[in-house]
Design a protein around this ligand. Structure first.
Ligand code: AGP
Length: 608
């Protein structure tokens, strides 16, 4: 989720692209940079850290020139550093490029380019593109970019400039948003309209497979074979704040709606259908080392701890390895029994949660191997563990975690495949899981399409004071997560419980004022939870049920239902959590709560 801004026109370019970058700061990033061409001289300035660090580096001396590109980086390949920051340049220092996306075949391309004498200065996939364009360049930057992109697998939104053609910018898009801003005697390119609004509201949205060539007096769009493409000019009529949220009212809703793409990105390049397994290059553990593990401890806080519970069920059921789940805040002080055969896995969206970081340090202190399942590349936990899995969910701005949870569960299913196929999981079982994972992003989209059903349910419950969330098996942690979502953004007291535990006390709470949310997809424990629904209805409880489409028994008993597609049991949480995220969101909105910044909460709890 990097930010891109480019300019070509009559004005000095650097101040314009730098100002545009600041409009993209909300997206989250870990480094920034810009490049400009003045006559035939290429200037590049970039730095790890916030834009303020880049500005300090520039110290008021902005590079001159009427063409420039700028970038804020959300690291995916290569930790945040000056060298890994964009723009990236070619060997000859004549081409500079900024990129948003992931080049999946960057490895083989880089080796081929190195064999042809190209010298690389970073660990990024993006730099490969700069050298590839240089390799293809003869007299036209546009043709060189088109030829290079025909060799690329993966996703990109790029903006490229060259000292050899200083009056033009080339942009291209495949899978990462990019749009052109149309001005008077000047043109812009950006990953997000927020960067352009102070200059123009006339924009052209590029589509996948398109290339744009911008000059001060005009622009044209072609496909990768330079065939012209007709484009419609749109007018952005949103205010800046709305644009920053992608048109959604809140970041939380934007991030809920991003889950098909974020889970797709978590899985990208990691599913091995034939082998029925998963490719997790970042574990830094050999098969033998993984086989030597005799116990796994999953440690986390909050929503990430709920994901850990699902991981426990997956790993024990399918990898047949003993697993414990520990609140990091408890684990770090309770003198746990660990040794070199214990694998401690820390789950953290931010990678900065103090208790989880302390748990990692305690685990390593006692000789255990430590892995991280983390979203923020280069975060403290990601740097201190021995290896791990980045979930690539993109920046999560809303304090209430949503897309990170679904991506954490997806990453845990990949870890289960990796460990399971070394142990008890057959290739056929593995293939079934891989195929179900491949279908998941589309099924998430189907579930999100039912948001209006959830909004109607929310209207019936916006004024309750308490709620009970019940689930079994893989969906017991989802009940906990649904209750946490409601608590933290609507301030309604909600408890999550294993459904069978209700008769050991909480059933005393049931009356016609107590909404009970059942997470009850068609899985191995369906008949069991059906009887729990009957118990609640017998006490006049009001039942909201998340059920599998086509369900009849629980649906007929319930006051409200929201349906999800059928999938395998271990993946039901990724679908069943969505109605609960939306339910909390719509209730909070109706109660006038600050959805993105709930009272008393921080996005990352970096203190004990
Ligand atoms: C979840 O919605 C909360 N924001 C909170 O519980 C969060 O999950 C917890 O603080 C852990 O954060 P982490 O994943 O960044 O470590």
């Amino acid at each position: 989720m990097c930010g891109i801004v480019g300019y070509v026109g009559q004005r000095q370019a650097s101040p314009l692209v730098l100002e545009g970058l600041k409009r993209l700061e909300y997206r989250g990033y870990d480094s920034a940079g810009l490049a400009s061409v003045d006559d035939v001289r290429l200037s590049v300035e970039k730095a790890a850290g916030k834009i303020a660090v880049l500005e300090a580096r520039l110290n008021g001396r902005l590079p001159r020139g009427s063409v420039a590109v700028a970038h804020t980086r959300w690291a995916t390949h290569g930790v945040p550093s000056d060298a890994n920051a964009h723009p990236h340049t070619d060997c000859g220092g004549t081409i500079a490029l900024v990129h948003n996306g992931i080049i999946e075949n960057a490895g083989p391309l880089r080796q081929a380019l190195e064999r042809r004498g190209h010298k690389f200065r970073s660990d990024t996939d993006t730099e490969v593109l700069a050298h590839l364009i240089e390799q293809h360049y003869s007299a036209s930057l546009e043709l060189a970019v088109a030829a290079a992109l025909q060799q690329v697998e993966g996703t990109y939104g790029i903006a490229v400039l060259s000292t050899k053609e200083p009056a033009l910018l080339v942009a291209a898009r495949k899978g990462s948003p990019l749009l052109i801003g149309i001005g008077e005697g000047e043109h812009f390119v950006a990953s997000d309209a927020a960067a352009l609004l102070q200059h123009t509201r006339s924009v052209v949205y590029l589509d996948d497979g398109e290339i744009a060539v911008l000059s001060p007096d005009g622009y044209r769009v072609t496909d990768l074979h330079t065939e012209p493409v007709e484009k419609v000019i749109s007018v952005v009529d949103w205010d800046l704040a709305t644009v920053e949220r992608g048109g959604y009212e809140h970041f939380m809703l934007k991030e809920i709606m991003e889950q098909p793409e974020s889970v797709r990105t978590t899985l990208r390049g990691r599913l091995l259908e034939d082998a029925g397994g998963a490719r997790l290059g970042g574990l830094n553990l050999s098969d033998d080392e993984l086989l030597a593990v005799d116990r796994v401890v999953l440690t986390a806080c909050g929503t990430s701890w709920h994901a850990a519970l699902i991981g426990e069920y997956m790993l024990e059921e399918l990898a047949r390895i003993p697993v414990e789940v520990e609140y990091a805040s408890e684990f770090r002080y309770r003198n746990p029994i660990l040794d070199h055969r214990t694998l401690v896995v820390a789950i953290s969206q931010s990678g900065e949660t103090a208790d989880t970081l302390a748990a990692v340090r305690e685990a390593k202190q006692r000789g255990a191997r430590a892995l991280g399942i983390v979203n923020v590349v280069g975060s403290t936990i990601a740097r201190e563990v021995d290896g791990g899995v980045y979930i690539h969910a993109g920046p999560e701005i809303g304090v209430a975690s949503t897309k990170a949870f679904s991506c954490q569960v997806a990453a845990l299913s990949l870890l289960t495949l990796r460990l399971g196929r070394l142990r008890a999981l057959s290739v056929l079982q593995g293939r079934d899981i891989v195929r179900a994972l491949a279908r998941l992003p589309d099924q998430i989209a189907e579930t999100l399409a039912r948001a209006p059903d959830v909004e109607r349910v929310a209207q019936a419950f916006a004024h309750v004071h308490n709620a009970l969330y019940l689930g079994r098996g893989y969906n017991f942690p989802v009940a906990l997560e649904g209750a946490l979502k409601l608590k933290e953004i609507s301030y309604i007291h909600a408890e999550g419980y294993p459904a069978a535990e209700m008769k050991h006390g909480p059933i005393a709470l049931i009356d016609d004022n107590m909404p009970v949310v059942f997470v009850a997809p068609h899985d191995a424990v369906y008949q069991k939870i059906l009887s729990n629904v009957q118990e609640v209805k017998a006490r006049r409880g009001r039942v909201v049920a998340v059920v599998t489409e086509g369900d009849r028994e629980i649906a007929e008993l319930s006051d409200h239902i929201v349906t999800i597609p059928q999938t395998i049991d271990l993946l039901t949480p990724v679908l069943s959590v969505i109605p609960l995220q939306l339910l909390a969101y719509y209730i909070a909105v109706q109660r006038g709560c600050d959805v993105d910044k709930p009272r008393n909460l921080a996005k990352s709890v970096t203190v004990e």
